[in-house]
Design a protein. Structure first.
Length: 156
């Protein structure tokens, strides 16, 4: 989908998609982490990916996400990225994670800010901004979000 991949290098042909799939799968074997597939519970369909990324030359350990257009605005990116940050901080022992985001990608900037990320650098990586989520800031923001969710779910 051209709109979904607009800030990720654009659509790929079948061979490019295959190489990308192998790249993510290989990172699990080589680094012990990569992106998770996100599957919608209600339907069982694959709706996107979220997870850790740190290839050689990258500006830092990244937590990224990408989702099918038809599920945009439903909270999947925030939920998945938050779960992945918990995993990275608790299991991988990361102290922080960056989010490399194109300045026109308002939706992803909003997701990053919901997790407590702040702009780390206006230096760009291929025209992208670098936001950063620290373990401490995220923990505070995540606990508050979980508390709000619990209050919303209380019987009326």
């Amino acid at each position: 989908d051209a709109e979904v991949t607009r800030f990720l290098g654009g659509p790929q042909d079948e061979a490019g998609a295959w190489r990308n799939l192998c790249l993510f799968a290989g990172a699990w074997t080589i680094q012990g982490y990569s992106n998770f597939s996100v599957v919608e519970k209600a339907t069982g369909r694959w709706i996107g990916r979220a997870g850790a990324w740190f290839p050689p030359g990258w500006p830092g350990r990244e937590m990224g996400w990408a989702f099918r257009r038809e599920v945009w605005g439903q909270g999947y990116a925030t939920e998945a990225a938050s779960a992945c940050l918990v995993w990275a901080f608790e299991t991988l022992g990361w102290a922080e994670a960056i989010h490399v985001i194109h300045p026109e990608n308002a939706a992803s900037i909003t997701v990053a800010k919901k997790m407590g990320a702040v702009i780390q650098s206006t230096e760009t990586t291929e025209k992208n901004l670098i936001y950063c989520s620290s373990k401490e800031t995220f923990a505070t923001r995540h606990a508050a979000a979980e508390e709000k969710k619990a209050i919303r779910n209380l019987p009326q």
